[in-house]
Design a protein around this ligand. Sequence first.
Ligand code: ADP
Ligand code: MG
Length: 500
Amino acid sequence: MSEPRKLLQGSTGDWEVVVGLEVHAQVTSKSKLFSGASAEYGAGPNENVSLVDAAMPGMLPVINKYCVEQAIRTGLGLNAKINLWSRFDRKNYFYPDLPQGYQISQYKDPIVGEGEIEVELDSGETIKVGIERLHLEQDAGKSIHDLAPKESYVDLNRSGVALMEIVSKPDMRSAEEGSAYFSKLRSIVRYLGTCDGNMEEGSMRADVNVSVCRAGNYDKFRETGDFKFLGTRTETKNVNSIRYVKQVIDYEARRQVEVLESGGTIDQETRLFDVKSGTTRTMRSKEDAHDYRYFPDPDLLPLELDAAWVEEIRAGLPELPDQKKHRFMSEYGLSAYDALVLAADKANAAYFEEVAKGRDGKLAANWVTVELFGALNKEGKTIAESPVSAARLGGLIDLIKDGVISGKIAKDVFALMFTGEETGDPADIVEKRGLKQVTDTGAIEKVVDEIIAANPKQVEQVKEKPKTMGWFVGQVMQKTGGKANPQAVNDILKKKLGVE
Ligand code: ADP
Ligand code: MG
């Protein structure tokens, strides 16, 4: 098989790393999955709790159609099969913040089946990652242990909030692939608007499954589909940033290789990631599915979808990052890299398109990705907070295109606009500050003549070494405050110095 293979070197030979992610993505919905209580983040403790969320005796869950629609949209965005018949099961376990004593989830019959997405790596390479399933389930509440020294509190605001659990196949083979997949998934759900992807607020978090096996065994697994060829996996829970996913995989793979090479075995267990040390530690040994005593929830009917409704949802999908990337490449002639950078985020893509409309796409992409993103990153700002609007950046690019200013002066004008020192139209700023490019050859010739007269040595040198003409260009630019048209300067210098 021609799978990309990244080997990890141990002291007793090479190992392969295998990664699968279970991502919990909170559905962007005003109310919860089975109750009308608000799903909003940031309310006071237990303010958003209905009788259903508190599991009062006799309560009855009622499915939220909007959440079902978002799960379908997400499934379609993952190129996955939508199951027209699915159902909800009870996953039984005890937790202080789970008043029902079970979580309503989907087990054997999830709403979304197999799919596949493309994931771009930093190297420019693209891999395909299989989706195993997507199912809908309720979130649990939250135990709070740090409010009082001897008591723990329970906040049920999250209880019953709709989550989509997106389970990948074990198709990723390195820390980079795992984190790139997580990042791509986030980009897709944000485009769809089905999850806000806000990891700090816990809207999106990953359970990271990692195992290692001897080189060559992964291919055997691929050929046969038999998991016995893979090593035992550990699952690190609730990892909530792209960087942490990478750290977890790196750390776990190394740790497992060390354990195995020193004669130990890997237990199938659930681990926790410690952000401070960048390490993982045992949380509990992993349950198997039979430990949960899954059974169909008798309070809920099976979920039967109308095929026409699914098609209607499909027809209403927005352009997704992959489609946009390919369109940016064909429509604006962008490189795959620039197209990816611009298409990954919806707001960035919209900004770019406004700048590029009716202009040179590559030039626009360059200004947006290099100058604008560079400046925004430095300040930790998002595109929505950009002090320079797309219209103004477009105006600035027009001034370069029309030869009114050079690219170098344009950068100065951009800096003035970005800091807020200048708030007007770029053309007015250039006019007001006298930054217009000097294209008047007479004026440039005069400066050139002065420099030639004052520097006989350099004039001698340039005859032997034509490359030293750059020094003259620099002099002219300095004397004209960077405003001389570079093409004109070059032409005049060549003529006067006799350089070919
Ligand atoms: P569970 O809920 O018990 O963790 P799931 O089937 O929901 O089981 O998820 C298992 C996840 O672990 C999937 O993403 C799968 O790709 C991944 N996985 C399974 N086996 C391995 C393995 N040997 N190495 C790495 N990842 C694995
Ligand atoms: Mg799991």
